[in-house]
Design a protein around this ligand. Structure first.
Ligand SMILES: Cc1cc2nc3c(=O)[nH]c(=O)nc-3n(C[C@H](O)[C@H](O)[C@H](O)COP(=O)(O)O)c2cc1C
Ligand code: SF4
Ligand code: FES
Length: 655
């Protein structure tokens, strides 16, 4: 019973066939197993081990790393309430307390009728709709306590047929495009692909040997990647083609790959995943004669406060697919893996549907648009682990392992990545810009932003603002004041209140205060001011914010999400959490604030910016950011939590 059913064994074979190395199918197969009976049983793991020719302990090792995999049955509906920073600021702690009380179960428990399992989870990428929750990975935003009660009653009465039972097989199937219509087979030859060879043979290996067709005039308005977000059918092939879709790909195919790469380099497109490295430069690190080589799309968006990649994947999946195709063409990449965060069910379903349409219409697969260019795109759903957003951890996860970062240097993924092959890892937003750049030209793209911050960027503004939302604005020229206060964007502090502090670039970024409001959203300017734009998440805190509690919220996140590979991060983040917890509980000790600083200093010596590291990846130093910022600007609030000590002489003497 708990082994995979015959039908699922067939599905498993189909899934395994999509990857050059079978082990990569491990996480997808665990999803199938969980969908069959609602959790991952020992028998299912043994069966998966047989199918992948590995051991059950290897399967357990991977399974136990990922939050979404459950080892025991739960309720029909998993209600996961977000407790990330933006939801925390808008009352998620109270919502979780209310939920536990009204359901009569602790967090992690299942109601007696077996219907509801209550969980408190980290940011689910809906921060602008805080406080929010997911029911079996479907979003519900802006949830007040009375909304929660209504929702639960509806779930119990069967009033929400749109929500599938926990992890049904149908849902998993929906996320996996059926066998490719006219697809290419998984590349098995080690050599370069045909179109690449043809251009080389024609002497077009150099950008100077060819150019892209004359660019189309750029459309008016600010938007590049979110232009279709409000169309009812922007996610379908029909809606996409009607609005200029796949035009960039056609233009790219009319030029040599090197010319496309040169155009992207001229566009100075900075990566939108956090580090801000120029895409065209990174592409150039692919060693010239090594194949196969891969594209991995980072759609794992999990940084608290961040909500842009999900928006792009849900509202405009074809734009992302077109961006992937342009990158594959420009670099001679053999195959693309599109890694979507596991909790983003709708994004995965929209991409799966778009891939099916694109394969059927000849935009993906072999002979794309009648040319000799062909590539395969594999959709891969993760299973819940923030650290997997780090590019080397993403690759480990894609190889079917625990998502633990690799040491770099010496090897960066562009040289040694997936399966030890050259691999370009790019963020969803980065790739979504490519169709526009190829259609309208690098010069127009550069013209949309500032000198060192070309184009536009998508920022999520959440927390204590009047109109939280996700906004695409010119990069490098818009200021924090505009995006937080302007009526077109954040609309100012809620209830006419005062700004206390804001996080300019996701949970890992050092905080800013009112004096930074006139800084432009420009990478160089924000770096120089001691923080970063990171993942494009601006979290605003008004004067009602309890700073030590907000700090604890962020530190707890990093402690929970540390992969445990290096000691300063594994031990340090846990100690930071423990010290803050006792402080908030009124049990702080006199030296605790200095101890917090000392632990941070052990994780990131000197507490400078950019941070020095004793760890393999930047997650460890990220945990120090909120503490260093909060103690710098709001030390008094921490001191107020310390128990008041009464001098011994003045203490009442009790017999
Ligand atoms: C802890 C950690 C989490 C990260 N999470 C993400 C993520 O969710 N999405 C993302 O695109 N990049 C994330 N990154 C950055 C990636 O490592 C990588 O730089 C990025 O995917 C490269 O794409 P880009 O050059 O297009 O920005 C993360 C980095 C770290 C250290
Ligand atoms: S810094 Fe933390 S998350 Fe990164 S590798 Fe080390 S233990 Fe893992
Ligand atoms: S969705 Fe709750 S903090 Fe992001």
């Amino acid at each position: 019973m708990a082994r995979l059913s015959d039908e699922n064994v067939k599905l498993a074979a189909e899934i395994i066939g999509r990857y050059p190395v079978a082990r990569s199918a491990l996480i997808p197969l665990l999803h199938v197993a969980q969908a069959q009976v609602g959790y991952v049983s020992d028998e299912a793991m043994e069966h998966i081990a047989e199918l992948l020719d590995t051991t059950p302990s290897e399967v357990l090792s991977t399974c136990s790393f990922y939050e979404m995999f459950k080892r025991s049955p739960g309720g029909t509906y998993r209600v996961n309430i977000c407790r990330g920073i933006s939801c925390h600021l808008l009352g998620s702690d109270e919502l979780i307390e209310h939920a536990a009380e009204s359901l009569g179960v602790p967090v992690g428990g299942t109601t007696d009728d077996g219907k509801i399992t209550l969980e408190a989870v980290e940011c689910v990428a809906a921060c602008t709709e805080a406080p929010c929750l997911q029911v079996n990975y479907r979003y519900v935003g802006g949830v007040a306590t009375e909304d929660f009660d209504r929702l639960v009653t509806g779930l119990r009465n069967g009033a929400h047929p749109e929500v599938p039972s926990h992890g049904t097989v149908a849902t998993v199937r929906q996320r996996i495009p059926p066998a490719r219509a006219a697809g290419v087979s998984v590349p098995s030859t080690p050599g370069p692909p045909a179109w690449w060879e043809r251009h080389r043979a024609n002497g077009e290996g150099d950008a100077a040997a060819g150019t892209l067709p004359e660019p189309e005039p750029a459309p008016p308005g600010e938007m590049i990647v979110t232009a279709r977000r409000d169309l009812h059918d922007g996610h379908t092939l029909e809606g996409y083609l009607r609005t200029g879709g796949y035009e960039g790909l056609r233009r790219a195919l009319a030029a040599p790959p090197a010319a496309v790469h040169a155009e992207v380099r001229s566009a100075s497109l900075l990566g939108r995943g956090g580090a801000g490295f120029p895409a065209g430069v990174k592409w150039g690190f692919c060693p010239p004669k090594v194949w196969p080589r891969y594209l991995v799309v980072n759609g794992d968006e999990s940084e608290p406060g961040t909500y842009k990649d999900r928006l792009l994947m849900e509202s405009d999946p074809h734009q992302l697919i077109e961006g992937c195709l342009i990158a594959c063409y420009a670099l001679g990449l053999s195959q693309c893996f599109l890694y979507v965060r596991g909790e983003m069910a709708l994004a995965a379903e929209r991409i799966a549907a778009a891939l099916n349409e694109a394969y059927a219409a000849g935009y993906v697969g072999s002979g794309i648009c009648g040319s000799d260019f062909g590539t395969d795109i594999v959709l891969h759903s993760g299973a819940g682990a923030y650290i997997v957003g780090e590019e080397t951890a993403l690759i480990e996860s894609l190889e079917g392992n625990r998502g633990m970062p690799r040491l770099k240097p010496p090897f960066f993924p562009a040289a040694v990545g997936l399966y030890g092959r050259p691999t370009i890892v790019n963020n969803v937003e980065t790739l979504s810009n490519l169709p526009w750049i190829v259609t309208h030209g690098a010069a127009a793209f550069v013209g949309r932003g500032a000198e060192q911050s070309a184009g536009t960027r998508v920022f999520a503004v959440s927390g204590h603002v009047r109109t939280p939302g996700t906004f695409e604005v010119p990069f490098g020229t818009t200021t924090f004041r505009e995006i937080i206060c302007d009526e077109r964007y954040g609309g100012g502090i809620r209830d006419g209140g005062d700004l206390k502090a804001f996080i300019p670039g996701g949970a890992s970024a050092p905080w800013f205060t009112a004096e930074h409001l006139d800084l432009p959203l420009d990478k160089a300017a924000v770096d120089a001011a001691g923080s970063m734009l990171g993942s494009g998440a601006i979290v605003v805190m008004d004067s009602t914010t309890d700073i030590p509690r907000a700090t604890h919220n962020l530190v707890r996140f990093f402690a929970r999400e540390s992969c445990g590979k290096c000691t300063p991060c594994r031990e340090g983040t846990s100690w930071l959490e423990v010290i803050l917890e006792r402080l908030l509980a009124g049990r702080g000790r006199p030296g605790d604030l200095d101890l917090l600083t000392d632990v941070c200093d052990n994780i990131s010596p000197g507490l400078s910016w950019p941070p020095r590291m004793t760890t393999i990846c930047p997650l460890g130093p990220s945990a120090a950011s909120p503490i260093v910022s909060a103690l710098r600007d709001f030390r008094g609030e921490f001191e107020a939590y310390l128990p008041r000590r009464i001098p011994v002489a003045a203490a009442p003497v009790t017999p």
